[in-house]
Design a protein around this ligand. Sequence first.
Ligand code: C5P
Length: 243
Amino acid sequence: MNRMTPPRNRVFCALDTADAEHAQRLAAALAGTVGGLKLGLEFFTANGPGGVAALRASGLPIFLDLKFHDIPNTVAGAVRAAAALGPRLLTVHAGGGGAMIAAARAAAEEGAAAAGHPRPRLLAVTVLTSLDAAALAATGVAGTLDAQVRRLARLARDAGADGAVCSPHEVAMLRDACGPDFLLVVPGVRPAWAAAQDQKRVMPPAVALAQGADLLVIGRPITGADDPAAAARRIQSELAGGA
Ligand code: C5P
């Protein structure tokens, strides 16, 4: 099976902080209220593998969002090391090309197996949602943004990626382009009661799931709340239809 069995709770909380103690407090508070934690470059660069191991001890699945992008040999080495940390999900940039993605997929299997963990699912990042059409054109891409997202997602799928990280507004398109087994992990999600902050085109969690998202990444509406666990429970109860 390619698409992982979705956890009952489909919300991964993004812990975008370099502060390991803050992350640890959030993880302890959120255990049982979210489906997992997303750790990115900010946390990892500051706290390294030891920081990841400490958060894994919370028992929550980890999405290690390090967005690798380099030559295949270097990415394979990094993915092998990352997979040994036991994450549930890992990311690479699809723009690194098919050979890089295939090398990452093989390395994810090797690294996890050597450390006795299940294989992490490999997700591709297509076009960063911080790029608009003009910024994409400035990088030399001639087609539309949607066409580029679709092209990179298919390339990633064909090279062995299990899924993609995408904007909620790309979910329906990628579900159609990449099939029912392609895992779609979606940030840019906001409950009606939360501020959009710097996210430009947000979608409520239930709508993103209805469009075909498998997992939702939600950060500041939870981490910035006075009571993060209560915010996470509120999102869960809205998703369960008990709003
Ligand atoms: O706090 P917020 O809910 O906006 O956090 C969303 C998380 O998802 C952040 O970690 C952000 O870096 C990440 N992300 C995103 N848009 C993307 C890819 C990742 O917001 N296209």
